[in-house]
Ligand binder design. Sequence first.
Ligand SMILES: Cc1ncc(COP(=O)(O)O)c(C=O)c1O
Length: 373
Amino acid sequence: MRHYLDHAATTPLLPESREAMLPWLGPVANASSLHSEGRAARAAVDSARQAIAECIGCLFGEIVFTSSGTEAANLALIGSALANSNPGRNRILVGATEHHCVLHCTPLLQRLGYLVDEVPADRESRIVPGALCELLGDDVLLVSVMQANNETGAVNETRELAAMAASSGALFHSDAVQTFPQRFVFAGDLVSMSSHKTYGPAGVGALYIRAGTKISPVSLGGGQERDMRAGTENVAALVGFAHAANHFRNNDFGSEMRAARDALAAELLLHGFEATVRHGPILPGHFHCRCPGIDSERMLIRLDRAGVSASSGAACSSGSLEPSHVLLACGYTPKEAREGLRFSFGKDATVEAALDAARLVIDVAERIKRGRH
Ligand SMILES: Cc1ncc(COP(=O)(O)O)c(C=O)c1O
């Protein structure tokens, strides 16, 4: 039996979403066309937009569809920077543990004339509200802090952070890719979401833009998404996204995921693994740890062979794992930051399967340790 424990990277497509998408994969359907096929496609896009808006409790017109969570976050940061007409607001603050879809906007924001500062995180990867308070000033245009960290699963105090940004007149963007829809927090002016983390198809996301927020488009062309994001809509993907989001809005598998996660974690902690997050709020399906002395690349390759699909959560470039920027921001050494392991559970998690996976993980770690001596 294989154990897929990488739901924070992507989730399987929900069968009901797949069914809902099928009618839109075949026929010609450009949602901008005036003929009846086009109008049917437009109606499908509109009802997907209505579904996402209802999921988070915003207005229909406040949702802009994008090709991914990455594009949504890019639009939030770069679009706000481009739309800003106040030269006195030339600083942008981003959490040090943000996903690269936020952090990698920095060089472009700097070229646009902004100073970008990172807000420090604590040892468990949460952004420290006091640190944000110290960095805030009336020269800050935008603050971007994720709702929950994709590597560690640690949950930030999004409402408190958004209120702090608002009190200094700054916009607040939160990356809700790991929390949407069940653990979504409605706060701030801009919120990014993604479909494939919630059993929808990959390659589709959305940005909530609070009505009245000034933002410029980043992709230009046919005027789709009310001129905010040009490009012919992927009707099938939007239908699948809305379907999956609706499903999880009404079904919370948190207790199943938490029970399985806790069972795996308890076993691993008894066998020399160290948990990264030990206090405070955490996503129910996440367990992030290190096996001191074993780098995650080596561990993940062996785990894969043993039948466990896990992740480090960190970026892989040129075929080798970089030290995790999240663990570095938490204060780990570069060597320790190469030891991160993320096990993330999905809706079908069971304690029995988690215990079986734990046995395999412990066995792999012990074999690696024995092989070294
Ligand atoms: C927190 C977070 N933000 C953004 C993204 C990017 O989303 P997408 O894969 O839809 O581009 C991810 C995906 O791993 C993520 O975990």
